[in-house]
Design a protein around this ligand. Structure first.
Ligand SMILES: Nc1ncnc2c1ncn2[C@@H]1O[C@H](COP(=O)(O)OP(=O)(O)OP(=O)(O)O)[C@@H](O)[C@H]1O
Ligand SMILES: [Mg+2]
Length: 268
């Protein structure tokens, strides 16, 4: 069954008065249980596409349906709830909470989902054992190697029983042997639990492990016959030159928020 349907997806990012097209008409369908790798050069739109699938960004044009839900028409809160229920994330830089130990990190999303703390911690122990870290539950992230931290992140992503795991360059900070072990583990979990995986990567080991490989180039899918039109289309479509007054105000608010959210700008 189809779990992700992306149709003619377009996204522009504004920097000052200039718009840059990050996604430029992406079409993609992902079936339940796939182990799909998104490859493509830096700047080709991999992270933007993953963020759209996870509801972190919304399209300018086109549609994105995940489990039949049209994410572009949902509010920020509805998308956050959708993520909590259906999506597990694995990031390049692990993104564990540094004041929590491994088991507390893995239990965290389960607790956010409203489950009992003790049951979540017990579940976390089982997940940590499953990813080969049974002995290290009490260690904090800074007491673990990069490969171990990424295993914790994989356990955290799966512990919430998501339908889809989105992994953005999960092996990029690991040495090649550790990266190969990590991707083998993710593939095992994909087979064992039937969870759909969408992974962005340049890593040849990840590309070799792909159940299906999709390449992005300049914000479009290439190399797939169904998307030939995207691959050959050359026009770049962002709204022309200037923004409306409302657009400028929204952009200014967004930039202000982003600036205030940077750690160095936060109030002590
Ligand atoms: N918040 C943003 N503001 C402005 N431009 C952005 C923003 N996010 C992404 N872009 C631009 O959109 C394009 C696609 O970026 P994206 O991060 O999706 O690429 P990527 O394929 O993940 O690259 P990498 O392999 O380097 O991670 C890039 O040209 C990038 O500069
Ligand atoms: Mg990226």
């Amino acid at each position: 069954m189809t779990i992700i349907e992306v149709e003619n997806l377009r996204k522009c990012f504004w920097t000052g008065q200039v718009a840059f097209p990050a996604l430029n008409g992406v079409n993609l369908t992902v079936e339940e249980g796939e182990f799909l790798v998104l490859a493509g050069r830096s700047g080709s739109g991999k992270t933007t596409l993953l963020n759209m699938i996870g509801g972190l960004e919304v399209p300018d044009q086109g549609s994105i349906r995940v489990k039949g839900d049209d994410l572009g028409s949902r509010t920020r809160d509805q998308r956050a709830l959708f993520r909590l229920r259906h999506i597990g994330f694995v990031f390049q830089a692990y993104n564990l909470i540094r004041v929590l130990n491994a088991r507390e990190n893995v239990a965290f999303v389960c607790q956010l989902q409203g489950h009992d703390r003790r049951a979540c911690l017990e579940g976390a122990d089982r997940w940590l054992a499953r990813v080969g870290l049974g002995e290290l539950q009490k260690r904090r992230p800074d007491q673990l190697s990069g490969g171990q931290q990424q295993r914790v992140a994989v356990a955290r992503a799966l512990a919430s029983k998501p339908d889809i795991v989105l992994a953005d360059e999960p092996t990029a900070n690991l040495d090649s042997a550790t990266g190969r072990e990590l991707i083998a583990l993710m593939k095992e979990l994909n087979r064992e639990y039937g969870t759909t995986f969408v992974i962005s990567s340049h890593d040849p080991a990840v590309i070799a492990a792909a159940g299906r490989l999709v390449r992005l180039h300049d914000g479009r899918v290439t190399g797939s016959p169904g998307n030939l039109q995207d691959a050959t289309a050359s026009e770049v479509r962002c709204p022309a030159g200037t923004l409306t007054l409302t657009g400028r105000l929204l952009l200014a608010i967004k930039e202000l928020r982003e600036r205030n959210n940077k750690p160095e700008n936060r109030a002590p």
